[in-house]
Design a binder for this molecule. Structure first.
Ligand code: BDR
Ligand code: CA
Length: 313
């Protein structure tokens, strides 16, 4: 039976590719897609979720949730990596948002309707998750699993020297989510960075005769240019797609139970994930962390998932 998931995301090019994979994977039943602010503003992220659905036009439309701004405005976004519109400046327009329910309400309603059956896949800052848990304190006990793309165990951040983007954008919410009693999986930069995609990836996409092929060829060139110009790299990372792979194909990863938390204040370390890896840990393990990855097989999963999407569109 397909696994029921809600995808909470901040599209974002890698979010958009992850959605393209998830929506056509028969092993997943995407019951809702909820937008959160992160790579782009709350309004733009909400528009992008709708754009992606309209462009891909899946057989069954998931419920959509609209993002609202986080309580404390983050210092930054990631338009420099994803384009002014978050989708590689592709110029897609939506006339008006179809579904006006806030993301946290959509999450609460969907989980309550199907208790213990829903995996929350978090590909952006954890604002909506913290709000959903605050709105409905019993919710954590009804979520099957929370899978978060975020953080780093080796201490090498991407937005600051110490912090990963999704955690840094809303560290207070990240702390609420990671301290909650839900069963959690963290997919940190340590593994997502190991999957490097070169320009050959563009040649492996479904043809332009498919909706997904046309859409991805519109948005992906921007991120290749951004990696080249900003990082001097010829290859890109699609962090959120690796997190999706950890849900669909967990056997491709090695997970270690760790005790982790989030620094919410530090002058140099705000948003850093901190793990108790002492010989005699004092903190109780609270999450499974992906620390090992079978890179060739995760790359093959990407190709396979996009082939399925091509066949369906
Ligand atoms: C995360 O940050 C965002 O820019 C990406 O979409 C991904 O979710 C990687 O740190
Ligand atoms: Ca993201």
């Amino acid at each position: 039976m397909a696994r029921k998931v809600i995808i909470d995301c901040d599209p974002g090019i890698d979010d958009a590719v992850a959605l393209s994979m998830a929506l056509f994977d028969p092993r997943l039943d995407v019951v809702a897609i909820t937008a959160t602010a992160g790579n782009v503003s709350a309004a733009q992220s909400s528009r992008n979720v709708q754009t992606i659905i309209e462009q891909l036009d899946p057989l069954r439309y998931p419920r959509l949730g609209v993002a609202t701004a986080p309580d404390t405005s983050p210092a930054t976004d990631a338009r420099y990596m994803h384009g002014e519109d978050g989708l590689g400046n592709s110029g897609y327009q939506v006339s008006r948002l179809h579904h006006q329910h806030p993301s946290e309400k959509v999450i609460c309603d969907a989980v309550r309707a199907d208790p213990n059956c829903i995996t929350l896949i978090c590909l952006g800052p954890l604002t909506n998750i913290a709000r959903a848990f605050q709105r409905d304190p019993d919710l954590p006990s009804m979520v099957d699993r929370l899978v978060v793309m975020g953080g780093c165990v080796d201490g090498n951040g991407n937005v600051t020297p110490a912090a990963e983007f999704n955690i840094y954008q809303d560290p207070v919410s990240a702390r609420v989510a990671l301290r909650s009693p839900v069963t959690k999986t963290l997919v940190p930069l340590d593994v997502t960075r190991q999957v490097e995609l070169t320009l050959d990836f563009l040649d492996e996409l479904p043809s332009d005769e498919t909706r997904v092929g046309r859409f991805l060829r519109q948005i992906l060139p921007f991120i290749f240019r951004a990696y080249h110009q900003r990082l001097g790299q010829e290859s890109i990372h699609l962090h959120d797609c690796v997190a999706l792979a950890a849900v669909v194909e967990p056997d491709l990863f090695d997970f270690t139970e760790l005790a982790g938390d989030v620094e919410t204040q530090g002058e140099l370390t705000m948003g850093a994930t901190v793990f108790d890896r002492r010989r005699n840990p004092q903190w109780r393990p609270n999450m499974d962390v992906a620390l090992g990855i079978d890179v060739p097989r995760v790359s093959a999963y990407f190709t396979h998932a996009l082939t399925l999407a091509g066949n369906a569109t």
